[in-house]
Design a protein around this ligand. Sequence first.
Ligand code: 13P
Ligand code: SF4
Length: 317
Amino acid sequence: MDSIATITTMDTDIKQQILDLKRERGAIILAHYYQRPEIQDLADYIGDSLALAQIATRLKEDVVVMCGVHFMAETVKVLCPDKTVLIPAPEAGCSLADSCPAEDFEVLVKAHPDATVISYVNTSAEVKALSDILVTSSNALKIVDSLPKDTKIIFGPDHNLGNYVASQTGRDMIIWDGACHVHEQFSLSKLIELKKTHPGARVLVHPECPRPIVMLADKVGSTAALLNYAAESDAHEFLVATESGILHQMQLKCPDKTFIPVPPEDGTCACNNCSYMKLITLERLRDCLKNLTPTVEVDPAIANRARRPIDAMLALS
Ligand code: 13P
Ligand code: SF4
């Protein structure tokens, strides 16, 4: 993989080509916070999963480029079935979404016909179609709390987020045993070491992280929530336990503060990257706008069923 920080003259040319093509195509570019910095800088909107879904409901443009992983582009297509939805790297999957195959999830759902099925947005359209309400990491607590106390809940697919929500809301939930390979990898011992060497630093943790990491957090939240906390905090140093793409916006929003990525357990890498998110490069974004492909398609019958839990989430957010 090429360096995500290197800015070259060629990059500048490609950026201009992207802006020109975007104008010609009447397109809009959405990007998740985990994208490469140069992709974030070109996007019309950058956001967490919830913000990107909310923005998708308000778009006027006929062509939408989703710089994120496949389930994010699927969500946009479900919300905007008449638009051309492009994804520069269609193979950009998600280990968490992959940990919950729809046919297996359906067995669990059918075994508990009296349960309300709450699914994290990091799922395929097929899993969404089996769900009653979707959540993201920014609204999961609020949505689960909004349900009557005696509601039987199936929560999938992230066991870390599910356990966090259960612990915060006091709900007894049936939790799918899925996980994100990026957030599972943060090293507890290295975080403890960093806390010793940076005693004034606040610890920012995404709820997809395992419980021992979450327990050391000063703030647990979605990418947007962690970014806002850093901006509003009076602290000057932060230890960040989520995918390293968010550091770009943190540094832009808080140029005088220091953000230190919490490293993964193995390897020599100092930060934790989602290889799927980093598949999108300037070249692939340019080619996608030039060729108006790859598009994201969702079977209309699945899309109709997946739309209901997304709408339910948006109404409760
Ligand atoms: P949020 O942006 O909702 O915090 O999600 C993180 C994530 O893992 C997206 O894939
Ligand atoms: Fe999926 Fe994890 Fe990558 Fe997010 S960071 S897209 S949950 S693999």
